[in-house]
Design a binder for this molecule. Structure first.
Ligand code: SF4
Length: 433
């Protein structure tokens, strides 16, 4: 049997796409192999969010052409997020440069692969799951927002939402199979509107998923603050399956920088939104479920960002009391508005020191906030065994180190009594029942 191997770069969305690509190849009679050296087909699922990913792919050219010399039937496929302007460079290396959006018709395009089975219902591609307890479900693809630093609208295209019926069916199947954590994915996940019913929005989807039988935690990424409606906040707080954790990208805390980023909110509006979310959870839920954890994405060193403007971001950080932050030092992304029109004029040393200042602040806040978990017994989903302990995450998506004498805990939700709180994680002992 012919073998395929997928190399995935980038975000959760790309990992989820690779699961669907696996299904397509297995339906054509291929089997997955663990390394590119054994493969007859190598699929690179790329991400061009950063130029470094493009460079890494181009850097593989020599190795790939050597592999082709030793395996004459080897075919190379490139897919994922790439810019049209980069396509000609990839055409020199790969046999096929294919759009992920055309996945359903790949078997028709890949005419020289000697495909064993050509007919299948490609309209409903079930992903080949890489985990038996955690699943990602894409609900939309692309984005209409055109933040000035971002290339997603050019690489993934404009926003297209999936039918709510097919999303609900997929999640029902996952719940029946016993999946414990389900992530809804979309570049701008909360601007979702079902193509079958314009009134069926993200809030309706959350409520519908909450009705599905099963013992699973629901999460999503990534929302945009501008689309965070009151009805969505209410739906989240009132849906017990939704685990109290939201990643809410702020990107900056200075209003002039936010304007230059084309992020249509002010830092005051952002803080007001956080307040509203926290209030809804604390009034509609009980116990530790009232404690919604909020993380954010921040870019430091955006073009023209002065020291004073950065201090506004630091202030936002302190006021919002984030539980986690994904801090990026600005680098221009090809094709984005900034890449074409703005100089990358903040010194690298300043970007590094701003990053460090925010990380310190995050730790200080975390140290204080995580104390609420001390001596509490909380449910934790176990992800992996590492040396003599397990690693998992709680409902607030905090990393938890677990001590247990029991085997086979991976993929289970267990009770853990927290014995130690750290700035960015927790530690505790498994409570046996
Ligand atoms: S909302 Fe997100 S994906 Fe869309 S353009 Fe802005 S940063 Fe990019």
């Amino acid at each position: 049997m012919k073998k395929y191997h997928i190399v995935t770069f980038g975000c959760q969305m790309n990992i989820s796409d690779s699961e669907r690509i696996s299904t397509i190849f297995e339906s054509m009679g291929f089997i997955e192999c663990p390394s590119i050296d054994e493969a007859d087909i190598i699929i690179m699922n790329m991400c061009s969010v950063r130029q470094s990913a493009v460079d890494r792919i181009l850097g593989q050219a020599v190795r790939l052409s050597e592999l082709k010399k030793t395996n004459k039937r080897l075919k190379l496929i490139l897919t994922g997020c790439f810019l049209e302007s980069d396509k000609f460079k990839f055409n020199r290396i790969f046999d096929y440069v294919l759009k992920k959006e055309d996945l359903e018709i790949w078997p028709q395009i890949l005419t020289d692969l000697d495909i064993r089975k050509k007919k299948m219902d490609y309209l409903k591609i079930d992903p080949k799951r890489s985990s038996s307890f955690q699943a990602s479900v894409p609900i939309s693809n692309g984005c209409d927002n055109f933040c000035t630093y971002c290339a997603v609208p050019f690489t993934r295209g404009r926003l297209v939402s999936r039918s709510h019926k097919s999303i609900i069916k997929e999640i029902r199947d996952l719940a029946k199979k016993g999946y414990k954590e389900i992530w809804l994915l979309g570049e701008n996940v909360n601007s979702y509107h079902s193509p079958d019913d314009i009134n069926f929005d993200f809030a309706s989807l959350i409520r519908a998923i909450d009705e599905i039988d099963g013992d699973f935690w629901l999460r999503f990424t990534s929302p945009h603050p501008k689309d965070f409606s009151d009805s969505l906040i209410e739906a989240l707080a009132e849906s017990p399956k939704f685990a109290p954790y939201i990643n809410l990208p702020a990107q900056a805390g200075n209003n002039e920088i936010l304007r230059k980023m084309n992020r249509p909110y002010t830092s005051e509006q952002y803080l007001k939104l956080i307040k509203k979310i926290k209030k809804a959870f604390s009034s509609k839920r009980s116990g530790l479920e009232r404690e919604i954890a909020i993380s954010t994405d921040i870019i430091v060193g955006f073009p023209t960002e002065s020291e004073e403007q950065f201090l506004d971001t630091l202030e936002l950080f302190k006021k919002a009391e984030f539980d986690m932050a994904f801090i990026a030092q600005y680098s221009p992304r090809p094709e984005s508005h900034c890449y074409k029109n703005m100089a990358d004029d903040v010194k690298k040393t300043d970007k590094r020191s701003r990053h460090k200042i925010l990380t310190e602040s995050l730790k200080e806040i975390g140290e204080k906030k995580n104390k609420i978990f001390q001596d509490q017994t909380i449910p934790v989903l176990v992800f992996e065994k590492y040396k003599s302990y397990y690693l998992g995450r709680n409902r607030q998506n905090k990393s938890v180190k677990i001590f247990s004498k029991q085997e086979d805990l991976v993929g289970k939700i267990i009770d853990v009594t927290i014995s130690k709180t750290l700035p960015l994680s927790l530690e505790g002992n498994h409570i046996y029942h």
